[in-house]
Write a protein of this length. Structure first.
Length: 312
């Protein structure tokens, strides 16, 4: 059965029937707009778009995988502000010949990823399009804390990382070369493992700046350095290359540190903390903030691209 066969409103009914709602959803799909609780009286909001052929391929990932990835990309942005995600709004632009079950299973993935943080898919929109496109808006609550922005890093701060980097980039390289193993790397590309609780925890610890690592660690730390008017030096020996990644890199002729330092889509969180803060286990030091501008690795400029740029 295709989308054209069930029609717009039939598809909406099928999709919304698969969604569950958390406590923050006061009124879900079915009206002109949803109602979401905002105890803090401020709402953190972020939007991200996934385009088929650019961000995902249906022959590489299942519909559930794509749903998890689409939700994770936005939920990670909310966590990077030190907030707790509460809701997702999803707009689907889909070909009329798309199988209905694909859209339904996409909703399953979106809902399952949102449920990890107690958030809900509360509404959205649909349109016909020759290119399958998924646009997600995430909302979040700051719990009466100030947001952790990119412009607060200061010389002397410790740069720390929660989560992993390089895994999704390695999985993408494996898939692009026509392979499906190592499975751990491929699955990391299909469904990122985001350390959502680390964001609000960092805010409570006194993080001075924070960012979601979506385009590459060096590129995203570059945004922090620019916004804060500082330089950041990353310590290469802070990163251990996992065996699966090392073996895949050797087989494919790739420097594994290029995945770790410049690969995106893992959605780790990078933050800066005053040196006086005792970092918990979930945050590991990977560098320091110094006077100057830009990002270096072990005191030297990094040779090559530092991350993903859609228009380059």
């Amino acid at each position: 059965m295709t989308v054209a066969g069930v029609g717009e409103f039939g598809l909406i009914d099928r999709v919304t029937a698969r969604l569950t709602h958390g406590e923050s959803c006061l009124l879900g799909p079915g009206d002109d707009a949803a109602v979401v609780a905002a105890p803090d009286r401020r709402v953190v909001a972020s939007t991200d778009v996934l385009v088929e052929g650019r961000h995902f391929r249906r022959d590489w990932s299942s519909a559930r995988d794509v749903g998890h990835r689409a939700a994770a990309a936005n939920l990670a942005d909310i966590a990077a502000m030190g907030a707790t995600p509460t809701a997702l709004l999803v707009a689907l632009c889909i070909p009329a010949d798309l199988e209905t079950i694909w859209a339904e299973e996409l909703a399953d993935g979106l809902g399952a990823e949102a449920a990890k943080v107690g958030a809900s898919v509360v509404g959205g929109d649909m349109s016909a399009s020759p290119t399958l496109t998924i646009a997600v808006t995430a909302l979040g609550d700051l719990a009466e804390r100030p947001p952790v922005v990119r412009s607060g890093a200061r010389p002397g701060d410790v740069v720390a990382l929660a989560g992993r980097t390089g895994w999704a980039a390695a999985g993408y390289t494996v898939l692009s070369r026509g392979f499906r193993t190592p499975r751990l790397l491929v699955e990391a590309f299909r469904r990122p493992e985001v350390p959502y609780p680390a964001g609000p925890h960092a805010a409570r610890l006194g993080a001075t700046a924070m960012i979601d690592v979506s385009d590459g660690l060096l590129a995203d730390l570059g945004h922090v350095a620019k916004a804060s008017g500082v330089a950041i030096d990353v310590h290469r020996d802070s990163f251990e290359v996992p065996r699966q990644m090392r073996d895949a890199a050797q087989a494919l002729g790739v420097d594994p540190y290029s995945w770790i330092l410049t690969g995106g889509d893992d959605h780790a969180l990078a933050a800066t903390f005053p040196r006086s803060v005792a970092l918990p286990e979930e945050w590991r030091p990977v560098g320091r903030v110094v006077e100057g501008a830009g990002v270096t690795v072990d005191g030297a400029a990094y040779e090559g691209r530092t991350g993903w740029d859609h228009f380059r």
